[in-house]
Ligand binder design. Structure first.
Ligand SMILES: [Zn+2]
Length: 386
């Protein structure tokens, strides 16, 4: 197994730029075995060979790289009303992206039809064809049973409960279709863009509602039924504020974008959604700044418990409200450092998302690529292509 061609490709992806000699010594393989496997990867266009490395003497060695242009994946980060679609290369880099307005309540068939139309147009704009598409990655705003690619009791996705999204994508496109919760893919995307990616991190999405994606030991932690990280419905206040989930005192009912927009509207300001709240904060509106700082402290209370429980090295805050930047983060930081143990906060970094609106599509691409480029999948594909 350790000698498989798929494993050699995984090693090349990890190393970035390498040489035959380095591959042989790192993988512990004979040069002749490496040569045979590289031949297979070259003939399938999965790697490129060219240019030379700085040599420490003797003949300069030819460089080997993973071919990020070997294919594309079609991805989408679906929200309740706003979604973002993209065509990404094998490096998870978006070649083209497009935001669309779509009510997810139209149900899976109509929604997937719409995605198909947009993907077809985007694909054509990149000069690629359906034959270049090797996988589909989709993030949805609700809990997902990952292995089955199925939404499970999603509260804001009427008509999607139990629908086998992954299977339907595979049926439509003839390639692997992967589906996960939107915050999980954002966590994955953010992590993939880091050079020294931490093994333990929390991605908090503060938008209309609040959710989090947990990466523990380098892997997404989904929990028994796919709802792990659902921090928005942790009880935080005892003031009896009703939440859309039916409970009272939930974090998102106190500090989510919808709650803030309502609070500002009640104070006579013009705010119907998270982005309006951010615009008011950026324009220096004092009541809005005060409300967002308070929301930050409330979110910090919930995160302080997460920090004590999971001991992450990084908390990334994303979602529309992260656009309020320091005004939101300051409150979060303040309470986490007050409430969490010194040992847990010693190495903790808290910052806003670097990928912003693109975290979801990059993560959806990573999710699909992890499946397509899994060593066993690569070996099976090479076997088929002979
Ligand atoms: Zn709730």
């Amino acid at each position: 197994m350790s000698a498989s061609t798929g494993r050699l490709l995984a090693l090349i992806r990890t190393l970035g730029e390498t040489t035959r000699a380095e591959l042989a010594s790192t993988a512990g393989l004979a040069r002749s075995t490496v040569a045979t496997q590289l031949g297979q990867l070259l003939s399938d266009d999965l790697i490129t060979e060219g240019g030379t490395a700085q040599s420490t003497g003797g003949r300069p060695a030819t460089l080997i790289r993973f071919n990020e242009s070997a294919g594309v994946v079609l991805v989408a980060d679906l929200g309740a009303t706003h979604s973002r679609l993209a065509v990404c290369d094998f490096g998870a880099t978006p070649l083209i992206t497009e935001p669309i307005e779509m009510d997810i309540g139209i149900g899976p068939d109509a929604a997937l039809d719409r995605l198909g139309e947009v993907w077809e147009r985007l694909l054509a704009a990149t000069g690629k064809t359906a034959a270049d598409v090797r996988g589909i990655g989709l993030g949805v705003p609700g809990p997902v049973e990952f292995a089955a690619g199925r939404a499970v009791h999603p509260p804001i996705m009427p008509g999607w409960d139990g629908f086998e999204i992954g299977t339907e994508l595979t049926r439509r496109y003839g390639v692997p279709g992967l589906v996960d919760n939107d915050v999980n893919i954002m966590a994955l995307g953010e992590r993939s863009a880091m050079i020294d990616a931490p093994n333990d991190m929390v991605f908090v999405k503060v938008g209309t509602g609040i959710g989090s994606g947990l990466i523990l030991g380098g892997r997404i932690h989904r929990g028994a039924t796919g709802t792990a990280g659902d921090i928005g419905h942790v009880q935080i206040a005892t003031d009896g504020t009703p939440c859309r989930c039916g409970n009272v005192g939930c974090l998102e009912a106190a500090a989510g974008g919808a709650a803030l927009a309502r609070e500002l509207t009640a104070a006579g300001l013009d705010a119907s959604q998270s982005r309006d709240v951010v615009d008011l904060v950026r324009s220096g509106e004092r009541f809005a700044i005060h409300a967002v700082r308070r929301a930050g402290r409330v979110i910090g209370e919930a995160l302080a418990s997460i920090v004590n429980l999971l001991n992450p090295t990084l908390i990334v805050v994303g979602g529309d409200l992260a656009g309020a930047g320091e005004q939101l983060i300051a409150g979060i930081r303040e309470v986490i450092y007050q409430r969490s143990t010194a040992l847990a906060t010693h190495v903790l970094e808290i910052r806003t998302s670097k990928l912003g609106d693109h975290a979801g599509v990059v993560g959806a691409a990573m999710m699909a690529l992890d499946r397509i480029l899994d060593p066993a999948a690569v070996d099976a594909a090479l076997e088929r292509s002979g």
